[in-house]
Design a protein around this ligand. Structure first.
Ligand code: GLY
Ligand code: MN
Ligand code: MN
Length: 428
């Protein structure tokens, strides 16, 4: 792994938070993600399982975590299973965790080889009354492949048909949406790497550079700082500013266009999520600047409005009302349109059609129930936009914030955002 060692306290705290929520005499199991195949004998880079990482710091394939807080034998309350390293693995894949390494990373004393799992798990199940098993319960997820966790659920239900099975996902969602201080430190590192990448693009972008060349500059900065793209980067010039999920990054940036970059780094599996929109030639036109400042006004007000106790849907409504006002000032909406708008489909949606923000963490669109009011430690993106395909440009700005008792803290406060500051850096 490229990140520096992480204090195992981060993971042991999370295990403590989870086991405090579990029913008596219940155990919980979390599996690693599968290594997915390419078309032939290749494999895709493995995406570490976010829940397994959250609870153990383990990223290695085929690992299994079992938590059984009421186990009679104290040694069986936390067990981590990892692949046993062997000569063949060493030759082809290199390093795999030894038991002492896995102990050090996770803070779990009882580390076993994976081959021991069936026997140990059977004895634990005979002692347990119920089992929390994990599955992807993200509302908008569309999963066509059978994950390791899903195969495990089927196997468990076949082997132990009379146990009570419980859903682990709601407990984990509730915990993961509130970040601990140690998690926020890692998010800050991701933001810091992202900021350095963005500053690099300010010196690099000019008419004639291709979108993929900008992507390459960002990759260089992220990777050399132990990061990697948190999601497929969007580097979109001109009218492609308005394509919300633009991924081609194959056009050349032209004079007079804006370049929208929705690009960020992750660090130690924690993701930043940044969007900036900059003028390709280093100077906004008057119209571009007006629209830019309208979006910036909504961003700033929305950051200020992300306070403890607020509901996501009210936060979004406030931003939509504010965007309506800005669109009136820009002459893009007429007062009558706002007056007769459907409150569930406000007039601004013609120009600002996506959500205002989302929880951020080990997943970019992180887990967490949006019907629960913001709590201290909630990390959110704030990403208003105004898209004007008829005028050949659009603007989105996106910062990451932490909701605290003392108000919102902008993790991206140091990433240039004022139009004048962007112009002055680009023209240095
Ligand atoms: N980069 C993905 C998003 O902004 O939600
Ligand atoms: Mn983004
Ligand atoms: Mn986002």
């Amino acid at each position: 792994m490229r990140h520096k060692p992480i204090k195992s306290k981060l993971f042991s705290e999370n295990r403590k938070r989870l086991t405090a929520q579990m029913a008596p005499k219940a155990l919980a199991v979390v599996n690693a993600n599968d290594v997915l195949p390419t078309n032939a004998d290749g494999t895709l880079p493995m995406q570490p399982n976010a829940d397994l990482f959250f609870l153990s710091g383990i990223e290695q394939e085929e690992s299994i975590l079992v938590l059984f807080p009421d186990a009679a034998d104290e040694k069986q309350r936390e067990i981590l299973f990892v692949r046993e390293p062997n000569e063949h693995l060493q030759i082809w894949e290199g390093y795999k965790h030894s038991k002492p390494d896995a102990r050090k990373i996770s803070g779990i004393k009882n580390v076993q080889w994976l081959s021991e799992f069936p026997v140990i798990f059977r004895s634990l199940m005979c002692e347990a009354e119920s089992a929390y098993l994990n599955s992807n319960e993200y509302k908008r997820a569309h999963v066509e492949v059978e994950t390791r966790d899903v195969r495990f659920i089927k196997q468990c239900q076949a082997d132990f048909p009379l146990h009570t099975y419980r859903r682990l996902a709601p407990l984990l969602h509730e915990l993961r949406v509130v970040k601990t201080d140690l998690e926020i430190e890692l998010l800050k590192e991701a933001v810091d790497i992202t900021a350095k990448g963005f500053r690099r693009t300010l010196r690099f972008v000019k008419p004639g550079v291709a979108e993929y060349e900008v992507e390459a500059e960002l990759a260089r900065e992220f990777i050399k700082r132990r990061g990697k793209f948190a999601y497929t980067p969007i580097v979109a010039a001109g009218k492609n500013n308005c394509v919300l999920h633009y991924l081609q990054n194959d056009q050349v940036c032209k004079k007079g266009q804006l370049l929208l970059m929705d690009v960020a780094s992750s660090y130690a599996n924690y993701n930043a999520d940044l969007t900036r929109t900059i003028p390709v030639s280093g100077k906004f036109t008057r119209r571009q600047k007006k629209v830019y400042n309208a979006v910036l006004n909504v961003l700033r007000a929305s950051i200020a409005g992300a306070v403890v106790g607020k509901l996501h849907k009210d936060w979004q409504k406030e931003a939509q009302a504010h965007t309506n006002e800005e669109l009136l000032k820009l002459g893009l909406l007429k007062p009558a349109q706002v007056k007769k708008q459907d409150p569930d489909n406000p007039a601004c949606r013609k120009y600002f059609m996506h959500g205002l923000g989302h929880p951020l963490g080990l997943d970019v669109h992180d887990v967490g129930d949006l019907n629960v009011p913001f709590q201290p430690g909630t990390v959110l993106t704030v990403e208003p936009g105004i898209y004007l395909p008829d005028e050949g440009f659009g603007v989105r700005l996106e910062d990451d914030i932490v909701v605290t008792e003392d108000g919102p803290v902008n993790l991206m406060a140091k990433v240039p955002i004022e139009a004048d500051e962007i112009e002055s850096i680009m023209n240095r």
